[in-house]
Design a protein around this ligand. Sequence first.
Ligand SMILES: *[C@@H]1O[C@H](CO)[C@@H](O)[C@H](O)[C@H]1NC(C)=O
Ligand SMILES: *[C@@H]1O[C@H](CO)[C@@H](O)[C@H](O)[C@H]1NC(C)=O
Length: 446
Amino acid sequence: MFLTSFHTALLILSLTPTPTTAFFPGEEGISPSLLRTPPADAYDGATSSSDVLRDDLLRIIGTNPGGHLNDSVRDAFASKLREYRDAEGSDPSDVFFAIGRSIFGVEFDDGPPSPPPSDMDDENLPIVDFDYMKGFMKEVFLSYGVTPDRAEICSEVLIEADKRGIDSHGLGRLKPIYCDRMDKGILLPDAPINIVTECDATALVDGNLGIGLYIGPHCMQMAIDKAKKYGVGFVACRNSTGWYVSSSRDWNGERPLAAIGLTGTNARPSIAPTFGTEPMMGTNPLTFGIPSSDPFPFVIDCATSVNQRGKIEKYAREGVKTPQGMVIDDMGVERTDTEGILVDMELGKCALTPLGGAGDKMGGYKGYGWAATVELLCTAIQCGPWGEDICGVDRSTGKPKAMPLGHFFLAIDIEKLCPLGLFKENVGGFLQALRDSRKDPTGPGR
Ligand SMILES: *[C@@H]1O[C@H](CO)[C@@H](O)[C@H](O)[C@H]1NC(C)=O
Ligand SMILES: *[C@@H]1O[C@H](CO)[C@@H](O)[C@H](O)[C@H]1NC(C)=O
């Protein structure tokens, strides 16, 4: 349900009687998906009162960055939302009720709006489409004062994770990671991105504790631009924050790819060294994107630990044990009691094991080496912190503390080395051979 640019432009005109360029600088201003496709006669001058109330709600969000923390703005939103609910033609499934609940804390005493009329699946769960959720997330970022172009990227990166089924890193992160951290002041919605030092092929960037979701793609694009000119581009970034699905933007097949990309990030400490028990390194993912003649690029984007916390939380929800070898406690015991692990991880008494698992039986030292490599590339050039210094809590006061992360981005322009078509054929041919190779007859799905 995307609007045409023409409609979007009309909407912006109709929503902003006085210019508010800070929030509506052109077509980026309002997420098209949030706004219902207007009926053909919507701009003939006759607007129903529910539309006017909707516009008022949108204006409250757009002109009050961070306004959800301000009582008078919250009250204004609540009373306007109530008016909208009671108005003729209002839509009980409107995204504004969800924004009201989760961002402005508006719960109506006299009952919530009736549940959205939507398709129901076997478990009677309501189904909303990706565009709707992306629009919702974008409005949430806007309400915190994130600029429209950045809010667009942030919501795109998160929804892309959900689209790929990586629901541990999609919209489920919006509140606990982004909203909560912005509320605590340890993640800044409007931080500039500074270049600390730069030469033709390299740069060191400071994210100023802004949102990693837009800092990551910005740095990757810088590396690609340098590679286009000089063959390779390398960007190191400091003072950034979690950017999750690092493969989501530049490898998603929407743009023609002509570069090989490699990136990594550190994270709060959770992996113990082989034969150690103390969480020292982040889950430290390493990500490669390589264009292919397949209709999709080759992308690998995964942690250097066997598991991350989200997976253990999933085991807890499913009521199953954690497989042996993935978690080690301070006494060197390979723990499997999922609930106990979650408690002890919080206390720093349990650590994740590197790829290859506990000890050296399955080559855990290889994962240890990779995790350490990523940590080094994310901290040594950046002069950035690691371990306890990015655990998110001030251990002496118990207060939340900023978690400045480091990332690195390498881009290689293929065309400087090999004709792009030939390169892609080489990649696609190999990948096809892998898919065609002899299968384990007892493997899953056979
Ligand atoms: C709350 O926001 C309103 C509207 O932007 C502003 O006039 C008022 O000063 C703010 N109040 C506080 C306590 O920040
Ligand atoms: C990191 O970000 C903070 C907050 O924006 C800023 O004050 C600081 O100068 C930045 N750089 C370093 C190296 O801390």
